[in-house]
Each structure stands twice: as C-alpha cells, then as structure tokens.
Ligand binder design. Structure first.
Ligand code: ADP
Ligand code: ADP
Length: 231
C-alpha cells in the first residue's frame, strides 16, 4: 500500500468555488511528492485535506491503507508533521526549546533532545550557539521559517506536509536548504508532500512532481525528468 492514496477527491467551498476537482494521486513510502502550479489551483486545499484541516466534498483519502475519515483528526495530526509559511513558534520559548518540545513530550531525555535540536538547527542553516538561545521574535522571518522546519523534523514524523516551507528564505540560502532538506528526508525515510509555486524548487526536491492547473485539476504527474522531457 502507498503511504497516501487520494481517489476521486474534490473540494467545493461553501461559496461554490471548486478548489480541487476529481483528484487521483498516490504517494509512496519515503517518497517526496511536490504539488506545483500557479496560485489558486488547489494545492494548499489538497494538502489540508490530507491532515483533515479541510474535509473533501467528494472522494476518499487513505493513509497507510486506512480511510482518514475513520480516524480522530487530532490523533491523525499527531502523526503528521505540518510546516506552513506562518510558523507558529512558541513566543516565550527560546528557539532551541521550540525545537525540543515534541521530543521531550514523548520522553526523549533533555540532553539528547537538545543535541538533536542543535543538529537540526545547523541543518537548516542556523547557528545553534547563536540562534538557539534567542527568542523567535529576535529572528528574521526566513530564520523563523527554518526553525519551523527543524521543529517539524525533530518530531520524526513518518509523513510531513509542507506548504511553501522555504517561501521567506532568501534565494541563495534557499537552494542549499532544499538540497540539505532532501538529503535529510531521504536519510530519515520521511514521506513528504510539499506545495510550491516555484517549478525550480519542485524539480530540485521532488521524486515526483504533480502539476496542478486552473480549476484544481491535475495536468500531469511524473518524475522531474519526465516533466522536463515533455514541457
Ligand atoms: P493554491 O494553494 O494552489 O494557491 P488554494 O487551495 O489555496 O490554492 O485555493 C484554491 C481555490 O480555492 C482558490 O480559488 C481559492 O481562492 C479558493 N479558496 C481557498 N480557500 C477558500 C475558502 N475557505 N473559501 C472559498 N474559497 C476558497
Ligand atoms: P531573512 O531574509 O532571513 O528574512 P531579514 O532581512 O529579515 O532576513 O533579516 C536579516 C538579519 O536581521 C538576520 O540576520 C536576522 O537575524 C536579523 N534580524 C531580523 N529581525 C530581527 C530582530 N527583530 N531582532 C534581531 N535581529 C533581527
């Protein structure tokens, strides 16, 4: 069974907007699938239907072969990492403590959680000694976003959903972050579904890329090489 299977999934919002239309899509275990396309074509809606922040109007979504409508949404989200552009870091906790929170909650020793947090901060291009002791408001937007990615990875989720995770990061750092993130996700075996409007980012990060078009329709799905071969 794939990690995620969407069958005939559609979303019509209350005002009649059809955000997603009859979507069939599978994501394999350990795979990174990137949803790419212009603004307003249903990428974020698709992502949010996977962790049930939004309920589909048609179709079914299975994770691990199990229909997600049968799972308590809170329970479901506990097993799914979620990174968005406006990361909600705890404002009264230092950066390093923000990253340690979940591991400590699930019983990792503080010293172990701390060294892992520092490793992850370095991975996302921050200096553990410099940025770790700061509070979120003392970082730039781009830096906060990187902390959000580190925090999501610290929980070691089998499945990670990311919506424009590197959106506020400057272009040079961004490429390095993309590459380092990809390496880490592969090493951890994390299944990743990521939304971006940046085709370069999609090609760089995706094992496969799903191209969305106007009206929440899937235009094509394939490996980056497939897509570059038939533009
Ligand atoms: P993307 O992530 O590709 O930019 P979205 O999934 O955010 O696209 O939005 C898809 C479409 O659904 C857009 O036309 C958007 O305006 C619309 N939409 C998103 N959220 C809502 C909502 N809560 N109510 C009505 N329409 C919405
Ligand atoms: P980015 O491209 O990462 O968003 P910014 O241009 O926002 O970067 O910030 C540049 C530098 O200013 C960063 O090194 C950041 O640490 C620092 N900085 C931004 N906001 C603050 C703040 N409120 N307090 C201290 N330093 C800050």
């Amino acid at each position: 069974t794939p990690m995620i299977r969407l069958s005939g999934v559609g979303k019509r919002y209350a005002d009649g907007t059809v955000a997603v239309h009859d979507l069939d899509l599978e994501v394999g275990r350990g795979e990174t699938l990137v949803l790419v396309g212009p603004s307003g074509c249903g990428k974020s809606t698709t992502l949010k239907m996977i962790n049930r922040l939004i309920e589909p109007t048609t179709g079914t979504i299975e994770i691990d072969g199990r229909d997600v409508t049968g799972v308590d949404p809170v329970q479901l989200r506990r097993g799914i990492g979620y990174v968005i552009q406006q990361v909600g870091l705890f404002p009264h906790q230092k950066v390093v403590d923000n990253v340690m929170t979940v591991p400590v909650l699930v019983g990792t020793s503080r010293s172990q959680a701390r060294s892992r947090a520092e490793e992850l901060l370095a991975m996302v291009g921050l200096e553990p000694d410099v940025h770790g002791p700061r509070y979120p408001h003392q970082l730039s937007g781009g830096q906060r976003q990187r902390v959000g990615v580190a925090r999501a990875l610290a929980a070691d989720p089998p499945l990670l959903l990311m919506d424009e995770p590197f959106g506020a990061v400057d272009p040079v750092v961004r490429v390095r972050l993309q590459e380092e993130f990809r390496e880490l996700a592969q090493r951890l075996g994390t299944t990743v579904v990521m939304v971006t409007h940046d085709i370069d980012e999609a090609v760089r990060m995706g094992d496969r890329v799903a191209v969305f078009a106007e009206g929440g329709r899937l235009a094509q799905v394939g490996t980056p090489l497939d897509l570059l071969a038939r533009p």
